[in-house]
Write a protein of this length. Structure first.
Length: 264
């Protein structure tokens, strides 16, 4: 996606605004600390005790903490200081002494080439204007024989459902760029010169009213967000399995973990 510097600056401001406001919620969110999902990601990375890992767009630090228990040192990088403050609190609560936190840009990681054995990113690529560029940086700082692990939700292959899902997500969180399809995400690995990745699928359950309560939607329009689901629920118009249940609407973000080895 090619955008002007002004558009990129506007998007960066949206990222800073959303994630500064969401930092405390993210740190308390059961979704981000779900042990089964964390275990799936860590297992896909095949960590060893003598290795060093990096999680980019690390948010409140749950992935870094999970790796810290399995590797020699685990590091995290995020563009939002408020998120890093929550990550530091987490490492203090859990007594983790083999962690390090960095404020920085994932398009220009402040590390030399081949500095890490494992490089991961979770729940962030849908916020990126240039996902291929970000993945290229992850590959650059990963050593040969190291592992690249990418986790995110993905959009339906049905373009109408994908468009409706992305419209809702951009309304819910204006820093969202696009949830990509599986084919697009797989293509990023090919473009980065990586071999075909392993794929591990899972679902992230959600309930509409809780989602709305935690959101900072465009123009603070929570009724509009609710209306989008009401319009789509009866025919699963967003491709997320939305259904009426117990007086509310429940659905599931389809998510996966990609894992690939960096080869010569």
């Amino acid at each position: 996606m090619t955008m002007s510097n002004a558009a990129k600056a506007t998007h960066d401001a949206a990222i800073a605004d959303q994630f500064t406001r969401q930092a405390v919620q993210f740190a308390a969110s059961a979704v981000h600390h779900n042990q089964a999902a964390l275990d799936l990601l860590v297992k896909a990375a095949r960590p060893r005790p003598d290795e060093v890992s990096l999680d980019v767009a690390c948010g409140p630090g749950s992935v870094v903490a999970a790796f810290a228990r399995r590797v020699r040192r685990a590091e995290g990088l995020d563009a939002t200081e408020a998120m890093l403050n929550e990550a530091r609190k987490l490492s203090l609560r859990e007594g983790l002494r083999n962690v390090a936190w960095h404020l920085g840009n994932l398009y220009a990681l402040p590390f030399p080439a081949a500095a890490f054995d494992i490089v991961s990113c979770r729940y962030a690529f849908h916020h990126l204007l240039e996902p291929a560029r970000a993945l290229a940086e992850m590959v650059r700082v990963c050593r040969h024989g190291g592992r690249i692990v990418l986790c995110d939700a993905f959009a339906s292959d049905d373009p109408i459902k994908a468009a409706a899902f992305n419209a809702m997500e951009r309304h819910r969180d204006p820093s969202t760029v696009e949830f990509r399809t599986l084919d697009v995400l797989r293509g990023l690995f090919v473009e980065a010169g990586l071999r075909e990745p392993e794929e591990h699928f899972y679902g992230v359950p959600a309930e509409l009213e809780r989602l709305i309560a935690m959101a900072y939607p465009k123009n603070d329009d929570r009724d509009g967000l609710r209306a989008m689901f009401e319009a789509a629920v009866d025919h699963d118009g967003m491709g997320v399995g939305a259904r009426r249940e117990g007086g509310t609407i429940r659905f599931e973000y389809p998510a996966l973990v990609f894992a690939a080895v960096k080869r010569d």
